[in-house]
Design a protein around this ligand. Structure first.
Ligand code: IVH
Length: 698
């Protein structure tokens, strides 16, 4: 066999295999082989190329790792100008666009056909990629539309960009054009954006303000190896010049062109579709609803006349096509003034900063507060009180401050923000433990911590006591009537009636719902309501399934606790710490006295069946399009166990959008971290092969 070995033939074969598998994996999202098998093909090809330099080929998949750094970017003209798009911000503006197109065609004796192609408007970096005789030869940024920057070597590293057009097109009767210019957008998933920023933050580098900047910053890198390390994707949405063997493009509608681009090997938005005129606006609204569930940022829909002859008839203004328009979603980013940074202490003693903003409308909601995470986050963004800032609502309902607009600071500057060293409630010095981003109040008697603890106790996450709201609790704590959750159960109507604006009926209801909660609370709820750090509803259920009552739980040792299916050492320690605190022991005594002492139903540990039996999972961040409880239910159905903290015993950390500190911790401990797509893939029974799939809804 060694005698028959022809490196040129084998290299060609391997390149074809790898191209095919890249296409299956990155474009179709449907891999056929395992990562290990893929790696073996890749290594074999790399070895052949290394020992046979004469086989060098710029379209080889091995070229995706990034070549030598460039000195600077070279400007090049576009063959055809890359136009911008006019925006329509409302239904009226969409109708005005239609009217203009109708009139323009009427002047030429024509009529506007009722078919449009509508696809998501990507919020990334617009580019043109150029193919000659089926091979990728160049990539240019949009630039000013007339000339762009040559980013060829950087685009070569983008995994879903075909380096040579796939043979699927030929099979469908499509010729390989002598020249094919494809326009599209380079994007980065929100998930990867957060991960990238987390890594940059940890390395003390400047963070990207949004996924668009991250994508643009990653493409505009002089060192293609840096680009190669970023998980960028290219989505095609239009063509520039096309020169086919039989002259013009082999398609006559935008929809047919998009199908052809798919067949040539490009990723195109799966949501793109043709619409009748009356369907366009409802479809745009539908995309708006999907928006936050998509892995990539989109900021609207682009509507194009489907018939390319009509596109040509309508032509362009100086700036934009007359045959296309961008329907934009209401902005979810806005500028406003950061009036003040307030700090709050929570039930877990963590002191969190909150931005108090000049109210501003964001995606239809008025926002006047936003989370600032912690001290380091404020420092990294260099936010200062009085600054003009950009706020946004991302995959989340909680708005956040993205950055300060430094140019809008007064020339004399503003004082950098200094995080207060004391607890905002009790004014004792707060403490920051090594390795933690959070400051904590360590005063065991802090009224702020008490208040938040009691509010949590009555909340939906706790005993869910109807009609007992945070405002009343605040008043009761202020007046010294409530010091611990146990005090709720001894409150009398008379005491309540002394509060300002407290009515007879409300006081009676108040007392009745507290009594009802005492009589109906389950052990699980009671444990959850204690607000033990790291113990959520899930762990509370496990504990209630194992211990007779709060007394038995309070005596459990750390080792015994870690034997439970979803409890790691950290959680066990936290539980132990909670119950050994004299104050909490006192709380339990009082619960017993007042009759809040539910019994559990200890169960034997069950052995789970299913292809993930016994595997331990933990979630961090949001899974796009899948509520957490649903993910847990699916996982449990497959035999998996959801644990509550990161430990070495964890099999998988599932990191969604905006992952928390668990991500870093899992990495530190060498725990396998998977994305939402891989998680969904794991839920499916194995076909064999350890295949990992990219999360992609496009
Ligand atoms: S079509 C002649 N489709 O948005 C029409 N453009 O803000 C060519 N963009 O310059 C553009 N998503 O770079 C088209 N699905 C999409 C798009 C899209 C994003 C970009 C495009 C344009 C910019 C205007």
């Amino acid at each position: 066999m060694a005698d028959d070995f022809d490196p040129a033939i084998r290299a060609r074969q391997l390149r074809d295999f790898i191209r095919h598998h890249d296409y299956r994996y990155y474009v179709l999202d449907d891999p056929e082989i395992s990562d290990a098998d893929y790696d073996a093909l890749f290594r074999e090809l790399a070895a052949i190329e290394a020992s046979h330099p004469e086989l060098d080929d710029s379209a080889s998949p091995t070229k995706r790792v990034g070549g030598a750094p460039a000195e600077g970017f070279v400007s090049r003209p576009h063959r055809q100008r890359m136009y911008s798009l006019d925006n329509a911000m409302s239904r009226e503006e969409w109708e005005a666009f239609l009217e203009r197109a109708r009139n323009a065609l009427a002047r030429q004796g024509g009529k506007l056909p009722g078919t449009f192609f509508v696809d998501p408007k990507f919020d990334g970096l617009a580019l043109e990629v150029i193919y000659e005789n089926g091979r990728f030869v160049a990539a240019l940024t949009r630039g000013d539309g007339v000339t762009g920057e040559d980013v060829t070597e950087n685009l070569r590293t983008v995994r879903n960009l075909p380096l040579s057009l796939t043979p699927h097109a030929a099979a469908a009767g499509l010729p390989v054009p002598r020249l094919l210019e494809v326009r599209g957008e380079v994007v980065i998933t929100r998930q990867h954006f957060y991960e990238l920023n987390e890594a940059r933050r940890a390395a003390g580098e400047k963070i990207f303000a949004n996924p668009r900047n991250a994508a643009a910053g990653s493409v505009r890198q002089l060192d293609p190896k840096v680009t190669a390390a970023r998980p960028l994707r290219f989505f095609a949405y239009a063509t520039g010049a096309v020169d086919s063997p039989d002259s013009g493009p082999p398609w006559t509608t935008h929809a047919a062109m998009m199908r052809a681009l798919g067949l040539y090997g490009f990723s195109v938005a799966r949501q793109g579709r043709t619409c009748r005129t009356s369907e366009v606006y409802p479809f745009f609204q539908e995309l708006g609803k999907m928006r936050l569930d998509l892995p990539f940022e989109i900021d609207g829909a682009v509507v194009k006349c489907d018939d390319l002859a009509v596109q040509a008839e309508l032509g362009f203004t100086d700036r934009a096509p007359r045959f296309a328009v961008a329907l934009k979603f209401p902005a979810h980013e806005a500028e406003t003034i950061l009036r003040k940074i307030e700090v709050q202490v929570g039930r877990t003693r963590v002191i969190t900063p909150v931005a108090i903003l000049e109210p501003v409308s964001l995606a239809g909601v008025t926002v006047s507060r936003a989370t600032l995470h912690n001290e380091d986050e404020i420092a990294a963004k260099d936010l200062r009180e009085g600054d003009t800032v950009v706020v946004r609502r991302a995959g989340d309902v909680i708005p956040e401050v993205v950055r300060a607009i430094e140019e809008k600071r007064p020339p004399e500057g503003r004082r950098p923000y200094i995080f207060p060293p004391d607890c905002p409630s009790c004014h004792t010095p707060s403490v920051r433990l090594p390795g933690e981003a959070a400051r904590r109040c360590v005063n065991p008697d802090c009224p702020g911590v008490r208040l938040r603890g009691i509010v949590y106790f009555v909340s939906k996450a706790g005993l869910d006591i109807e009609g007992v709201g945070g405002r009343w609790i605040e008043i009761l704590v202020d007046r010294g009537l409530l010091r611990s959750p146990a005090d709720l159960f001894t409150l009398t109507r008379e005491q309540l009636l002394e509060l300002p604006r407290m009515k007879e009926t409300l006081a009676s209801k108040f007392v009745a719902s507290i009594a009802k909660a005492r009589d109906t609370a389950t052990l699980e709820r009671c444990i959850a309501a204690l607000g033990i750090p790291l113990v959520g509803s899930r762990t509370a259920r496990t504990l209630a399934g194992r211990y007779r009552d709060l007394g038995a739980l309070s005596e459990a040792g750390e080792e015994e606790l870690t034997e439970l299916s979803d409890i790691g050492p950290e959680v066990a320690r936290s539980i132990r710490e909670f119950f050994t605190t004299p104050e909490n022991q006192e709380l339990l005594n009082r619960f017993r006295e007042i009759g809040l002492w539910p019994r559990g139903e200890p169960k034997k540990a069950t052995t789970q069946a299913g292809h993930l039996a016994g595997k331990r999972f933990l979630f961090t961040g949001e899974l796009p399009g899948m509520p957490r409880h649903e993910a847990q239910a699916l996982l449990e159905a497959a035999g998996g166990i959801v644990v509550s903290a990161v430990s070495k015993k964890l099999d998988y950390l599932v990191a969604g959008d905006k992952p928390g500190s668990k991500l870093q911790k899992a990495r530190d401990l060498g725990v396998t971290v998977i994305g939402p797509g891989e998680f969904v893939d794991l839920l499916r029974p194995r076909r064999g092969g350890n295949v990992s799939v990219q999360a992609s809804l496009f």
